[in-house]
Ligand binder design. Structure first.
Ligand code: GLY
Ligand code: MN
Ligand code: MN
Length: 496
């Protein structure tokens, strides 16, 4: 009995949300009846002017048609996702699930949390009808628009109406409140699970089938269409300008106890001004921080004479991200040792990029880069076995200095197509339209006794974004200096 009481108490406590069902919080002041009445009156119509079709429309139509063909008669549910709590009643900025944005074209500006794309099989026919369930602009005769801190127009901005959304994205739009009824009607169904708590509650599907569905969607994105290639170019152009901005802050950064943050801030500003955000947390790693592969604390000092490894990518409003690394001498001049390591990495990068072509094995560019790393580290006198032996899969001692792989698919996710099957990704052949990173590095930890002291603490990575073409590849980020002389010139010109 006592246990039962305690349990009841627990569930009652659990149901107290920082938001009540109107999206108001404990510290919000309740409105009086007069206030409510007053707020429901006196609003002029305010339609969005000039809504027209989004440039993604012809592409998303094709993507949905392809998906429809693969899943005849099956209801397909792709949620945008719910808001994610940062702490207490504050959420992270919303970023829709990549599959949702890929099939709808809805990017940063128009994505509404809790929206769901459903491909509903058309009875008696092949094919599906695409139905977009959204929480449209709320009417002014209800109080959500000014009381709901999570969704209300006065708090988070105007959402589009159903009609506006249909015009812009070319999909039939329905109110989100009508979704449960549809989902409760019996039909074979597949869902992208784990993104929307309400959808997961209603749709009971087997985990294996949902996993296969996620895999299929991931694999559909391996080859990019022209819209995506153009978005990637935009992301890379913004990132290039962001690198210029960062270098300009070097003189200020060396004066600050947290110079890495000064540099990080400059990139963030550029990414936010021109695009949606950074596509992943920037790595701003000065000195030996460069040897920490995911150094995202970025709270270190930036010292003259050090190298700084910067791995940063801007995300466009359509949510495509660049992923670019440059390693730069803060004072505009590589030391002898820094240059030697830099040149090894550059040679590995060039060898890797040269191996990117249609018909090549995905693994070829990694192998080409690793060959350079093994041989050159051997020449440096640090590899205790021959490079040939080290390159055998059962040895790999050179990987002490390059523990990560040489790249990954890139697109609407920084590690794009991550649910794809190995046989269709890392064990497959490259095809025109794929975009991937080539990102070799050498990281010599400050306490690495296998390497002469003058090399310790040096970390270098060079990362470029490569488009596979019909007859080879294009390095989309080649415009950002990578040759050591050009890098020195670039830093000296801008870091003044
Ligand atoms: N910035 C993450 C990566 O390079 O994979
Ligand atoms: Mn990167
Ligand atoms: Mn990368």
């Amino acid at each position: 009995m006592a246990a039962k009481k305690a349990q009841n108490k627990k569930s009652a406590a659990k149901s107290v949300s920082p938001f009540d069902n109107k999206g108001t919080r404990l510290h919000d002041i309740p409105p009086s009846t007069d206030h409510l009445t007053f707020m429901s009156q006196g609003w002029a119509p305010s339609p969005l002017e000039g809504v027209s079709a989004h440039p993604s429309v012809p592409f998303t139509k094709k993507r949905r048609a392809k998906l429809s063909k693969a899943y005849k008669g099956v209801r397909l549910v792709i949620p945008a996702g719910n808001l994610k709590v940062r702490s207490n009643d504050s959420d992270f900025q919303f970023r829709s699930h990549s599959a949702y944005s890929w099939f709808t074209g809805i990017g940063a500006a128009d994505a509404v949390p809790d929206s769901v794309l459903v491909l509903e099989p058309i009875p008696g026919k092949n094919g599906h009808e695409a139905l977009l369930f959204i929480h449209p602009r709320s009417p002014r005769d209800q109080d959500e628009f000014f009381r709901n801190a999570r969704h209300g127009e006065f708090w988070v901005g105007r959402r589009m109406t159903k009609e506006e959304t249909e015009t812009r994205y070319g999909i039939t739009v329905r109110h989100i409140d009508t979704l449960p009824k549809l989902l409760k009607s019996k039909k074979k169904v597949l869902v992208i699970r784990g993104e929307d708590a309400e959808v997961d509650k209603i749709v009971k599907a087997t985990k294996t089938q949902d996993k296969e569905f996620a895999t299929h969607l991931s694999e559909m994105r391996l080859v990019k269409d022209q819209y995506e290639i153009d978005e990637m170019k935009k992301a890379i152009d913004t990132t290039a300008r962001g690198f210029d901005d960062m270098i300009k802050t070097f003189p200020e950064a060396v004066k600050s106890p947290r110079g890495e943050r000064v540099i990080e801030g400059a990139f963030f500003t550029r990414a936010r001004i021109e695009g949606n955000d950074v596509g992943y947390p920037s790595i701003i790693a000065s000195g030996s921080h460069a040897c920490i592969l995911h150094w995202i604390r970025n709270d270190g000092q930036v010292k003259k004479g050090d190298l700084i490894l910067i791995d940063a990518g801007a995300e466009t409003d359509a949510l495509y991200t660049a992923d670019i690394t440059r390693t730069l001498p803060i004072n505009g001049k590589f030391s002898k040792e820094q240059r030697r390591i830099y040149e090894i990495v550059l040679e590995a990068s060039n060898a890797g990029i040269a191996a990117v072509k249609p018909g090549a094995d995905y693994g070829d560019f990694h192998a080409a880069a690793m060959k350079v790393v093994a041989h050159r580290m051997s020449e440096l006198g640090v590899l205790p076995i021959s490079p040939e032996e080290s390159l055998r899969p059962d040895r790999g001692l050179h990987r002490r200095w390059m523990p990560h792989s040489t790249g990954h698919m890139l697109g609407i996710d920084v590690h794009d197509c991550a649910q794809a099957r190995r046989e269709n990704y890392t064990l497959a052949k490259l095809e025109p339209g794929m975009i991937l990173t080539v990102e070799p590095g050498i990281y010599i930890h400050p306490d690495d006794e296998f390497v002469p002291p003058e090399y310790r603490g040096i970390g270098v990575r060079i990362e470029d974004d490569i488009l596979v073409t019909k007859d080879g590849n294009i390095n989309l980020s080649a415009g950002i200096p990578r040759d050591p002389d050009a890098v020195e010139k670039w830093v000296r010109k801008l870091a003044r």
